[in-house]
Design a protein around this ligand. Structure first.
Ligand SMILES: NC(=O)NC(NC(N)=O)C(=O)[O-]
Length: 375
């Protein structure tokens, strides 16, 4: 466990409900840079729960920060932005307390299967009604009789806190089981990790988006994360608002902003879609795309190459606001494992789609990875 919070938080006394929220220094939770594989926007779902009397299980995967309205009460009690079960009782008048192992559970299907490196069990706003302890298991075979691997053993947690756990289980998981002892409320569950695509599916598709998170792509880094994170650009679908893309702050220097991606595996990009959807007064003026092959023979020359191994495949090109731009790349585009989008001078990018196919080397790499992580 990374954070060490236990016990209840003080009752809410008015003012900012986050003023006394317990979150250790973000730097102590390094895995939150990795995408949340359970994110609802990626298709994550809470498919079942033992109980959800006070608050619905689906709240667990909502992407936004949990909200608290002190005045909101419904027919079932205080309206809570999380998953909250009723209070458990013992079997009889002389044994009024729940048994030692009594607990509630929720079953989560990840939006994107992959290796989970860290979990956050967020009890925001559950101050006197948070669980005493939690446990999390994972599997890739959720049907009856599935074998579950322990990711987090039963551990005491605190109320109104970000309870963070490092996970060291090198397996491709599709489902998680969250247990709370003996009952209570959990606002959010975040499962940060690396997506691991199904190589058979990608082979059947042939040509697909090599950058998409659901296909195993990653937004590795970006020049700016002021308004929104770079991972948004490889989410599925089109964004409905500016908040669902990647937007930089206004630059006041002579530089420019950029996004760097790791592709699903070594592949050849043939068609590029740059979407400035919703960015109307703040779309970049121009964009250029470069690729690099970290697996290829030219890797050795990278140290001496002034471009660091990057090859431009789309020269600096004007962009329109709120538009999907499509570019067909020259037939001779080089194989690549990474891509970089430079935007000039700053602005918002809603989505980047890099359609292409795996090289035989890339396909072999993904098949080997899936085999090793099948466990
Ligand atoms: N004030 C509460 O939150 N009480 C109860 N919970 C809800 N949601 O009403 C409870 O028993 O935990």
């Amino acid at each position: 466990m990374i954070t060490r919070f236990t016990g209840a938080a003080p009752p809410y006394r008015g003012g900012d409900p986050y003023a006394d929220y317990r979150l250790q220094d973000q730097d102590a939770v390094p895995f939150t840079d990795l995408p949340d594989l359970a994110d609802r926007r990626l298709g994550g779902s809470v498919v079942a729960a033992s109980d959800e009397f006070f608050a619905e299980r689906e709240n667990l995967l909502r992407p936004e920060r949990p909200a608290f309205d002190p005045a909101a009460f419904g027919h079932k009690g205080k309206v809570m932005d999380g998953w909250e079960t009723r209070r458990r009782r013992g079997p009889s008048a002389d044994r009024p307390h729940p048994g030692e192992d009594d607990h509630d559970w929720a079953l989560v299907r990840l939006g994107v299967p992959g290796v989970v490196h860290g979990l956050v069990v967020d009890t925001a706003h559950f101050r006197g009604n948070h669980p005493r302890a939690v446990a999390v298991e994972g599997t890739a075979t959720p049907e009856d009789g599935a074998s579950w691997t322990v990711l987090v053993p039963r551990t005491e947690v605190g109320g109104h806190a970000a309870n963070a756990f490092r996970v060291a289980v090198p397996r491709r998981l599709t489902h998680l089981r969250l247990r709370q002892y003996p009952d209570g409320g959990i606002a959010r569950l975040r499962a940060h990790g690396e997506p691991v695509p199904d190589p058979e599916w990608l082979a059947a598709l042939g040509t697909f988006d090599l950058a998409a998170l659901e296909n195993g792509g990653r937004a590795e880094d970006a020049s700016d994360r002021f308004y929104s994170p770079p991972v948004h650009t490889i989410h599925p679908g089109r964004p409905r608002t500016m908040a669902e893309g990647w937007e930089t702050r206004r630059r006041r220097d002579r530089g420019h902003d950029w996004l760097r991606y790791r592709l699903a595996a070594q592949g050849v990009i043939r068609a590029v879609e740059i979407d400035t959807g919703s960015y109307k007064g703040n779309a970049p003026g121009w964009a250029a795309l470069s690729v690099r092959d970290a697996d290829g023979a030219d890797g050795a020359d990278r140290e001496t190459d002034p471009a660091g191994g990057w090859r431009e495949v789309l020269p600096r090109t004007a962009l329109q606001p709120d538009t999907v731009h499509r570019f067909v790349l020259p037939a001779a585009a080089p194989p690549a494992t990474h891509a970089r989008l430079d935007v000039y001078p700053d602005g918002g990018i809603a989505r980047l789609r890099l359609y292409g196919s795996l090289t035989p080397e890339g396909a072999r790499h993904l098949a080997g990875l899936a085999r090793r992580l099948a466990g």
